[in-house]
Design a binder for this molecule. Structure first.
Ligand code: FES
Length: 361
């Protein structure tokens, strides 16, 4: 069994209460944050009207020097921005891109969220875990690679995906992912499937702080414009073109009615009203709708449409009739414990054994 705060607990629950690295032998070996770092931090701060808005890129800057957010890095950001270290730590522990322990030369993230998991993401993670001899958010003994579970990496059309230092390696399988990681450990930098060439964790952290890794503007543009097929993302567009399908044209804004000098009735916050200046146009929209879906949409936005169910309670309050503690997303947290599993037409919903709720990163 694992608990929040342990690396595996963090992977299962999305919670991570582990502390920032504090071992003297690690901290003493870190490259120091220098006057050069301070000058770059001030360059970052100058980009924002409020200095504290620079905190996120400054944390990346610290990581680009030290490989993670060290206690020295927390204090550095706090001092420069006029914040407390607690405020900086609150931000640094909220986002999973900020690391609390030394990261390997490369950060390998394996998406194990729904679509990738169904297509083999978990098998990929398990294989890499075995090869590297590490668990979630742990670094191989040779310092080459840190492995982590990742929530949806917003590339479901390329599932299952692996990123290295946030660059995409699409449509992986166990063998290709193992070979990718083996190449990284040999010191190679295989080209990502699309986007910029691979750098390393410190290098990409510098980019995320807003500093270029490239010698000049031409090299930077070449990296950004690196080739990629993007075929899976374009498949829907191509299918629609083959079938001659297209989205209905967008309607322009309704013209303002002429000002007659008479007081006009306004739409109440609930959207319900009697004769409003838009009623005639809404009638016309319903009449002009071609398909059942368009008709339903036009009728739903008509000023005379009934309030959607759940918007207004019988006593006039805004809200829903859902009992407290049983709103979506609060399963098992309300009084009376876990509510019964939702029933579909074919019986209770299925759950995946052993997978707890995941918090989105
Ligand atoms: S589920 Fe893996 S990228 Fe979306």
């Amino acid at each position: 069994m694992s608990f929040p705060g342990s690396p595996e607990g963090a992977a299962t629950t999305g919670l991570d209460s582990s502390p920032f690295e504090g071992r003297p032998e690690v901290l003493d070996a870190l490259p120091p944050l220098t006057e050069q770092t301070r000058a770059e931090a001030r360059e970052v701060m100058a980009r924002y009207p409020q200095p504290r808005s620079a905190l996120l890129p400054m944390l990346h800057l610290v990581q680009s020097y030290q490989g993670f957010v060290s206690p020295q890095g927390l204090a550095f950001c706090a001092e420069e921005l006029g914040l407390t270290t607690a405020e900086v730590a609150a931000v640094a522990t909220f986002y999973t891109m900020y690391k609390r322990r030394q990261t390997g030369r490369h950060l390998v993230s394996v998406c194990t969220n729904t679509l990738c998991a169904v297509l083999g993401g978990q098998r990929i993670f398990d294989a890499l875990k075995a090869d590297l001899g590490v668990g979630h958010d742990e670094t191989a003994a040779d310092g080459s690679v840190t492995l982590e579970h990742a929530e949806c990496l917003a590339a479901c059309d390329y599932a299952p995906v692996v990123t290295v230092d946030y660059e995409f390696y699409d449509q992986q399988n166990v063998d290709s992912a193992r070979e990718l990681v083996a190449a990284l450990r040999r010191g190679e930098k295989p080209l990502p499937t699309r986007g910029a060439p691979l750098t390393d964790f410190k290098g990409v952290s510098r980019q995320l702080a807003g500093f270029s890794q490239h010698a000049d503007a031409v090299a930077a543009a070449a990296a950004v414009d690196a080739p990629g097929s993007y075929e899976p993302s374009l498949r829907g567009v191509r299918l629609a073109a083959e079938r001659g399908e297209s989205a209905p044209p967008m309607r322009g804004p309704e013209p303002e009615p002429a000002d007659t000098g008479e007081p006009r009735e306004t739409v109440r916050p609930s959207g319900t009203t009697g004769e409003t200046p838009g009623k005639e146009a809404a009638d016309a929209r319903v009449a002009a709708a071609d398909t059942p879906a368009e008709k339903a949409g036009a009728a739903g936005s008509h000023p005379d449409a009934a309030e959607p169910a759940g918007r207004r309670l019988p006593d006039g309050r805004e809200g829903t009739d859902t009992p407290a503690g049983q709103e979506p997303g609060t399963t098992g947290q309300g009084p009376g414990g876990r509510p019964p599993a939702p029933q579909g037409p074919d019986g209770p919903s299925r759950t995946i054994e052993g997978r707890g709720p995941q918090r989105r990163r």
